[in-house]
Design a protein around this ligand. Structure first.
Ligand code: ZN
Length: 1008
């Protein structure tokens, strides 16, 4: 053992156990291929027998104010009643057979005729406005089959409230209809700008098949004309009249404003994930913890298949309890009534009592359990609830926690700092050391100890530095100064000592400080030009935690170029031999190290402080698979980077974390868990998952499949049992149970889906599938699923009076098309020309780690106008949000775009000079800074409000963000365009209007 190096000293000579055997680092990184086709495939595989000729299709119709009103928010205690009222009142003539026809002047279709061969497409001389409802489906079909160019068919993409052909099986909340979103006659106005760059070719019309709607533009084409993509529809739909996410969210907020959602047996449809609402647990778990994809499960697999929508749930097992009325009750494990001895499910309100309390029926395996006499209590009636129900959380609560008698080691915090030659050259180590010092000092002052509620416990901290070797520090308080221990044999790492490697923070803060002060002065020991292995610091940190048998967070501050070892080009191993290699796949070595971390409960958080070479290994796999994350900075030179670093550091250390987590999912005996998607290392059983660490955002998507028909009277049940070690070492088990209604009727199922939940489910499933399947296939599958679901709803839940020109959507799925389109054109599934492989890997993992609310915000950002509402007394809030389309951006306005990983401020060219001075201290538009920036702290109303708004939005996101100012017409406007999800996207993704058009046309066609 030696003393830590002093100021002018390089590393001490190697101790006896040192063997100069560096980490093997010669294996090249895996192939970085881009297997993607960038084209958006909107065409659907349809029956080849169809000979539908769409060259008659033509946008046409009547603009009616009533159509806008059809989307207005109207408070009604029964959501499913709303649309009935609305439509009846707001478009009284929408269903009338005596619709007057109104002529519209001819208008240009939004394509460039000169650029496309359009010989088979004959726009009419005048747009004849025809009400869609005046056509029966039959008429529509016959019109479609007429020869081209003679009687152009008015595609009236209209929306009505058709009569249900089945309404005797009503939802328990009294709703009596599916809901239909309607919009008559979407027509681009004559003054609408003609689209310069058509994305879709009409040439295919001559072949007369929907399959021939082929995209002609690639991202490359689009890139040549970096104009603002616009939301104008290729097919003449008025984007303003499409179902609006903003309105859907506002309606739900209004519905639940000031109310408490009571979560009871056979849960009804809860508030949307984006609606803040207090939740009271009365025997069913909070939707914050388990959110079912549908709140009415089809009784049999046949009906489920018919809906074409998935079954399952989103599970956030360690959710934030702040929105619950009461904290989750905690009881001693030994005091609880034991659960099912057959399948292992825990006791919960879903167990059915019988024989006066002597036996209970387990819905998860269908078997009867005898109650041990020590725990017997009679029931109220032969099959009623137990008399002690209200005293026992396990009998009355959807969520409860038990404290196991065994107690483990408290979690530790381990810091690993890269001191290689490139790190020392980088000049940022002083800042890093100082930030760590600040953080630890604040922890000593009581932060963490107070939160843990136990002042006697103290966080144990360890420190190590590394280049190609590992330096551990013995921080024992009885040493006069810390001792450095060098390990050069990194292949088979043996700890020289254990004592002193992790020491209670209050006992070692001074020792750590003394090392931290010295780190920037370390002399470079050896050259690291060939780069360092990703696994080295992880392996060392893990060895320390293993040696001391405790879980913990491992924070790695890395600078040197990263190389990946053990990445072979063969596709054998974890994901099987017959599956194609994908850029998203982690190496086998990363997987096996992540598995070791999972066993130990070691969450890895990687701070990469330098710009990594393009093509180098991506260091994010291990962190994300262990419940940690990858954070990247640019040598921490700028003020913004430094702020972000310190925020991230503090947040990671302070976030409440569950360690060594084991998750078991039980479902009704006639269902089974067929898939589980999220950030974890999948095992053989999708219903049993081990995770190193998880926090309140960690959300998994669970997919369920029928194995037999469900009993309608018993309903369906899902139980999620999370066993974990707390920060202080307590072993706890959290039991969360959800019971759901069942129905034989498809309408009930459709009526109980929520678009936000479906989006999150699809996102998790697809982002997991990118490891193994081609992206184009996934995009197509998404579209097919939604198209078939719409067709199914149309066929089974609507009356025949709905004409083919009328779009029909289940009420709570109005937002689904825009969400699914956003997912399909996300950078992960549809890479743009400028997106790098690392960015996409990072994006995939970050999004997979989000909860439902943040996932929705990611795919549909908040667009807030800051002027003039910011002049009023209250700061802007989500109530004032706009739809994400460029047509909402006015050049005299300021707009804020908020998504989990982005905060953008768009400044129009015509913003008054006074406003620019108030906010930016800039005299004119041209002198305004653009790009990443900090708003100056100016003492005026506008500046204070905008800064406080940004800071409150920042407090609700998982990663620290930099504010990006985008000036209208600026080169960095593309950063904004990606978030205007209703428009065509810079990577070539379709606009919302076009996507919806295709969904509709193809779903109608499936039924012909
Ligand atoms: Zn059981």
């Amino acid at each position: 053992m030696m003393d830590a190096p002093s100021r002018n000293q390089s590393h001490p000579p190697c101790p006896p156990w040192v063997v100069q055997n560096g980490w093997s680092s010669d294996a090249p990184a895996g192939p970085l291929c881009n297997p993607l086709s960038d084209l958006q495939q909107l065409s659907l595989g349809c029956e080849p027998s169809q000979n539908l000729s769409y060259n008659h299709l033509q946008a046409s119709g009547v603009y009616s104010k009533s159509d806008v009103a059809a989307f207005s928010t109207r408070s009604n205690s029964h959501p499913s009643m709303q649309y009935v009222c609305k439509v009846d009142q707001s478009i009284p003539d929408g269903l009338s057979p005596t619709i007057q026809e109104r002529n519209k002047p001819p208008c240009s279709l939004p394509y460039n005729e000169a650029a496309q061969p359009m010989q088979h497409y004959s726009p009419p001389n005048a747009y004849q406005a025809v009400d869609p409802s005046s056509y029966s489906q039959h008429t529509y079909r016959s019109l479609l089959n007429q020869p081209p160019a003679q009687h152009p068919l008015p595609v009236s993409f209209s929306c009505v409230e058709p009569q249900l052909n089945h309404n005797q099986h009503l939802a328990s909340d009294g709703g009596n209809s599916g809901s239909f979103v309607g919009f008559n006659d979407m027509l681009t106005s004559p003054s609408a700008p003609i689209q310069q760059q058509p994305l879709w070719s009409f040439a295919a019309f001559s072949k007369g098949s929907i399959n021939d709607f082929v995209p002609t533009a690639s991202p490359l084409d689009h890139n040549l004309t970096p104009q603002s993509p616009n939301s104008e529809s290729r097919y003449g739909l008025n984007p303003e009249l499409l179902p609006s996410v903003v309105k859907v969210m506002a309606e739900d907020r209004a519905e639940w404003d000031g109310k408490v959602f009571i979560s009871e047996h056979f849960s009804r449809l809860p508030p949307l994930a984006t609606t803040s609402c207090v939740i009271e647990d009365r025997g069913n778990v909070s939707p914050l913890a388990i959110r079912s994809i549908t709140y009415c499960v089809p009784c049999d697999g046949q009906t489920a298949l018919l809906s074409r929508l998935p079954l399952g749930a989103l599970v956030t097992p360690f959710f934030n309890q702040n929105e619950c009325l009461k904290p989750i009750p905690l009881c001693e494990h030994t005091d609880c009534v034991v659960g099912c001895r057959w399948c292992g499910a825990s006791m919960c309100p879903a167990m059915g009592w019988q024989d006066c309390g002597q036996r209970f029926y387990c819905p998860f395996c269908g078997k009867l359990n005898e109650v041990p006499w020590q725990q017997y209590q009679p029931t109220k009636g032969a099959k009623g609830v137990r008399v002690d129900k209200d005293k026992r959380p396990e009998l009355s609560m959807g969520s409860y926690e038990t404290l196991n008698s065994e107690k483990g080691e408290a979690a530790a915090l381990l810091l690993a700092i890269d001191v290689s030659a490139s790190a020392l050259r980088g000049g940022h180590l002083e800042f890093v050391a100082q930030q760590i010092h600040t953080l630890l000092t604040s922890l000593v002052r009581g932060g963490v100890c107070r939160e843990a509620g136990d002042s006697s416990s103290d966080l144990r901290v360890g420190l190590m530095t590394y280049d190609s070797r590992i330096h551990l520090y013995d921080l024992s308080p009885d040493l006069s100064r810390p001792h450095m221990l060098v390990i050069a044999e990194t292949e088979d790492m043996q700890l020289p000592v254990r004592e002193g490697l992790l020491v209670s923070l209050k006992d070692c803060i001074e020792s750590i400080d003394s090392v931290l002060q010295l780190i920037p002065q370390f002399g470079a020991e050896c050259s690291d030009s060939s780069g360092l292995s990703i696994e080295l610091p992880v392996k060392a940190g893990l060895a320390v935690l293993q040696g001391l048998k405790c879980p913990g967070k491992l924070l790695i501050f890395h600078t040197a170029a990263l190389i990946e070892t053990g990445h072979t080009n063969s596709s054998s191993g974890f994901f099987g031999t017959n599956k194609p290699k994908s850029i998203f796949q982690p190496s086998e070595k990363a997987i096996s190290l992540a598995k070791e971390c999972i066993i130990q409960g070691c969450g890895v958080h990687m701070f990469v402080l330098s710009q990594q070479d393009v093509g180098g290994a991506w260091p994010g796999h291990i962190p994300f698979l262990t419940g940690g994350a990858l954070h990247t900075y640019s040598y921490l030179q700028g003020e913004l980077d430094r702020e972000r670093f310190s925020t991230d550091l503090k947040r990671i250390v302070e976030t409440e974390t569950a360690y060594k987590a084991e998750l078991r999912i039980f479902v009704s005996k006639d269902l089974r868990v067929s898939g589980c998607y999220g950030l974890f290392v999948p095992g053989s059983n999708p219903g049993h998952i081990a995770m190193a660490t998880l926090n309140c955002r960690t959300t998994l998507a669970v997919e369920l499949t029928h194995s037999k028909a469900l009993d309608e009277t018993r309903g369906a049940a899902v139980q999620v049992v999370l066993s974990y070690t707390s920060q202080t070492g307590e072993r706890r088990t959290r039991v969360q149970t959800l019971t759901l209604r069942c129905s034989r009727h498809l309408q009930d199922t459709f009526r109980n889906y929520q678009a936000e939940t479906l989006l999150t489910f699809y996102c998790k499933k697809m982002y997991c599938a990118v490891l193994e399947r081609p992206l184009q296939e996934l995009r197509k599958e998404l579209q097919t699923d939604v198209t078939e679901a719409l067709a199914s709803y149309r066929k089974h839940c609507c009356s025949s009076s709905v004409s083919a020109g009328q779009l029909v959507l289940p009420q709570f799925l109005r937002a689904l098309p825009v969400y699914v389109n956003g997912l399909r054109k996300s950078e992960v599934l549809l890479p743009g020309l400028r997106s790098s492989v690392h960015q996409r890997l990072q994006q995939r993992c970050r999004v997979l780690g989000l909860d439902t609310r943040s996932t929705v915000r990611h795919f549909y950002p908040l667009l807030l106008p800051l002027l003039p509402s910011v002049d009023s007394s209250s700061p802007p809030d989500p109530e004032g949000a706009l739809r994400c389309t460029s047509s909402n951006l006015d050049s005299s306005g300021l707009y804020l775009v908020h998504a989990p990983f982005t905060v953008l401020l768009w400044v129009g060219t015509q913003v008054p000079a006074g406003t620019l001075v108030e906010l930016f201290n800039a005299s004119c538009f041209s002198s305004l800074p653009s790009g990443e920036t900090n708003l100056p702290a100016l003492e005026n109303c506008l500046s204070i409000r905008v800064r406080s708004l940004i800071s409150s939005l920042n407090s609700d996101v998982p990663y620290a963000r930099k504010l990006v100012v985008v000036k209208q017409g600026d080169t960095c406007e593309e950063a904004l365009q990606r978030h205007l999800v209703e428009d065509k996207s810079p990577n070539g993704g379709a606009s919302y209007a076009d996507f919806l058009y295709h969904l509709h046309v193809n779903s109608v066609r499936l039924l012909l």
